[in-house]
Design a protein around this ligand. Structure first.
Ligand code: AHR
Length: 495
């Protein structure tokens, strides 16, 4: 029997709820159709926001949403997206499919979406093709309460009170689509932008996010942290799980071999090392009163697009394998909560590893959505030490742990989330609890064939189900049998 050990006496701190954040870009059918619809579409909505989608997002308590890109963000001029919709400039989305972007979804619409979902906005500023003035004005437009040119313009456009937007990214992937800069050049640019990103309300200071590394580019982190670290609060990290022979021949989202699966899991787990090394560099360049943090603001599986769909729209199905990848990532983020203060899955809807897919008026919740629902007890909970004692699995060149776990406590409840990566074998687990006694427990699990997924005609094909759990009379362990290829939640009441 494999063991899981949970020790409530040891903790790295609170799991920032923003680890459960999302990312939405003007890309494919994420914003238009997915989140925002027009009256002529005939889809129930409130101020353009799809009611079914908003309700589903409220259920998983989305804490923060990044927008408008991605690569799109560094071509986006926010003033194109304010004022009467019929007067807004129509532009070409040069990054994603060359489609017309009519700017009908802009700053006011995004903040209305956040209001309806109940989440915080996180803006990605345009450094690639924008200007210091433009980003400075955007912050003034959103956050200035008194009289000023931008605050007056906001009021003229119907919004009296400032929105107090806290999170601001200083560009996106400036090492790539955001300008192909060197870390030395970006450091200077970042400092210049940061100098003019003002606080308009001392009770609502803004939080500045520098563009961090591409995967394992440790030199980027070192240089930017050394040169510009004193002028920002956090660094972003982007890391996608990409498998297949090369970038143009990625593996399929739904048809894959056992060896593809092992490659996906091994590459996913690599983010643990990335976070640890980048964190240690950030610690090195931090001051006691200014600790730089890590924000993983793009992560997830990036597979080949669904056959027959626009290649520029990055639409892919979502299977039990995606649920396992989500569970592994979230467990790793939880256990690094002392450094990782936000993470944003790419992307919220209809793009890459989405929690929701739509087709006209129909909506389907993906296996990844259910993982977010199962893990929500971790949000703002106190992380506690946990580890698994189990055998590794081997396939070809890849060795992966068969179990992953994270645990937290809040309001007298323990939340324990377990991923069984073994595609063939269930695992009988003895979960040993130290530091507190357990009075009772419930469990849920999500499992199935690795490629099982939900479709518009079979929307509940992959859903969490109740799982039997036995609590020892002593109150210091629980027994559970987790299925092969599964993500499991145990919720235990502390005595
Ligand atoms: O999420 C899709 C793209 O991936 C984003 O636009 C970009 O930031 C990243 O390369």
């Amino acid at each position: 029997m494999a063991h899981i050990v949970v020790n409530t006496k040891k903790s790295k701190g609170t799991i920032n709820k923003n680890i459960y954040g999302h990312f939405s870009e003007h890309l494919g059918r994420c914003i238009y159709e997915g989140l925002f619809v027009k009256e002529e579409d005939g889809i129930p909505n409130v101020n353009g926001m799809r009611t079914d989608v908003v309700e589903a997002l409220k259920k998983i308590k989305v804490p923060v949403l990044r927008w408008p890109g991605g690569c799109f963000g560094d071509t986006y001029h926010w003033m194109d997206g304010i004022g009467p919709a019929e007067n807004r400039k129509k532009i070409v989305n040069t990054n994603w499919g060359g489609v017309t972007e009519d700017n009908s979804f802009g700053t006011h619409e995004f903040l209305e979406l956040c209001r309806q979902i109940g989440c915080e906005p996180y803006f990605s500023g345009n450094v690639g093709t924008g200007s210091v003035q433009e980003l400075s004005d955007w912050i003034e437009y959103c956050n200035m309460g008194g009289i000023s040119p931008m605050a007056d313009l906001r009021r003229a456009n119907g919004q009296d009170a400032p929105w107090n937007v806290k999170y601001w990214g200083i560009g996106n992937e400036t090492w790539g689509c955001g300008g192909n800069m060197t870390p030395e050049f970006y450091s200077d640019v970042c400092k210049q932008y940061s100098s003019f990103m003002r606080n308009y309300d001392s009770e609502h200071p803004i939080y500045k996010v520098a563009v961090g590394p591409n995967g394992n580019d440790y030199n980027w982190t070192r240089v930017v942290a050394e040169k510009a670290g004193n002028m920002v609060d956090a660094f972003s990290l982007h890391y996608y799980t990409v498998t297949g022979p090369d970038w143009n021949h990625k593996n399929s989202a739904t048809e894959f071999s056992k060896s593809d699966y092992f490659e996906t899991i091994a590459k996913t787990l690599y983010i643990g090392e990335l976070m640890d090394v980048h964190s240690s560099i950030l610690k090195q360049y931090s001051k006691p009163d200014h600790q730089l943090k890590l924000i993983v603001d793009e992560w997830g599986n990036w597979f080949a697009v669904e056959p027959g769909t626009n290649p520029g729209f990055l639409y892919q199905q979502n299977t039990v394998r995606d649920a396992i990848v989500a569970g592994l990532n979230l467990n790793m983020f939880n256990d690094r909560c002392d450094m990782v203060v936000m993470a944003n899955i790419a992307q919220m809807i209809n793009v890459l590893q989405s929690v929701i897919l739509t087709e006209g008026p129909r909506m389907v919740l993906t296996p990844t959505y259910h993982v977010y629902d199962m893990f929500k007890g971790h949000m703002d909970a106190r992380q506690v030490e946990s580890y698994a004692e189990a055998e590794d699995l081997k396939d070809g060149d890849h060795t992966i742990p068969s179990l992953s776990v994270s645990a937290s406590e809040k309001d007298g409840k323990l939340t324990i989330t377990i991923v069984n990566t073994d595609p063939e074998k269930s695992a009988d687990l003895d979960v040993i609890i130290g530091g507190c006694k357990i009075a009772g427990a419930t469990a849920q699990t999500l499992s199935g064939a690795l490629s099982a997924h939900n479709t518009f005609d079979a929307a509940d094909n992959v859903c969490p189900e109740d799982l039997a759990v036995t609590v020892a009379e002593s109150g210091d362990s629980v027994k559970v049998s987790v299925p092969a290829a599964s993500v499991t939640l145990i919720t235990a009441d502390e005595n």
